[in-house]
Design a protein. Structure first.
Length: 254
């Protein structure tokens, strides 16, 4: 199923981010999987983000059907996909089989180790891909031009549960660096940090040191985590909150 492990997005706003024009404060606010933000003026930048757990042709057709069910105003400007390749691929990932009319594709890590990432970027979006000087295993970043010349940094991250300390530190460093670059910051992705209590911003179990450093990077960057429900549920395992939406503004109630 397309979507974040059993929770299918729809064009009414699942995994949707709408970027505002006004930066708010740095207090933690209540969030939902439908992350809807309002400043003085709604800019309407819509982002879908999901871990595909292998992006197959069937999932590709499901995504296209989902897009076809949306009106033009509901279609996302950005679709961020992670873990597009299998763990042990037996053939090359052919990106040309996954084109969607009206979207450009930006790919990362398809020809080397790792699971690979894709960004679908609507062709009316004004953007520049960001070069990362300190390489991270699975990360894509871009800068988009908003109204009145303001800019936003958009980052898509996949952090493997087996990510080592060096890669974790680079992720934290890049979050700090890129969050200072433009007027707004939106970070989406699968961070595989199930032990963080986001309401209290504390660690509830294992990997306390690494989780603490990640939380500190979020605080230092004045970012807010908006998802407050489990995003992965498999079999009898306890549901986990792994997929995050981090922004630099407070969520307003609808």
């Amino acid at each position: 199923m397309f979507g974040d492990r059993g929770k299918k997005p729809d064009c009414k706003g699942k995994r949707r981010v709408c970027a505002p024009s006004q930066r708010k404060g740095n207090n933690q606010s209540e969030g939902k999987k439908e992350a809807k933000f309002q400043g003085r003026q709604q800019l309407g930048i819509i982002i879908w983000s999901t871990n595909t757990d292998v992006y197959t042709i069937d999932k590709f057709h499901e995504l296209k059907a989902l897009l076809d069910s949306c009106t033009e105003l509901e279609k996302p400007h950005i679709i961020a996909l992670s873990e597009v390749k299998p763990k042990n691929p037996t053939k090359e990932f052919n990106i040309h089989c996954f084109n969607i009319l009206g979207y450009n594709i930006e790919a990362e890590n398809l020809e080397r180790g790792g699971r690979g990432m894709l960004l679908y970027l609507r062709q009316d979006l004004r953007y520049i891909m960001t070069d990362i000087t300190s390489p991270v295993d699975e990360l894509q970043a871009l800068e988009i031009l908003l109204e009145q010349g303001t800019k936003a940094t958009i980052i898509s991250i996949y952090r493997s549960p087996n990510s080592d300390t060096e890669n974790n530190d680079r992720i934290n460093q890049i979050i700090r660096e890129l969050s200072r670059k433009n007027e707004h910051t939106i970070i989406v992705g699968d961070f595989n940090r199930p032990n963080i209590n986001w309401e209290q911003m504390i660690n509830n179990g294992l990997h306390m040191d690494q989780d603490f450093l990640f939380i500190e990077a979020i605080r230092d960057s004045f970012l807010i985590q908006h998802v407050n429900q489990a995003t992965r549920s498999r079999g009898t395992n306890r549901p986990s909150l792994l997929d995050l939406i981090l922004t630099d503004y407070v969520q307003q109630p609808p």
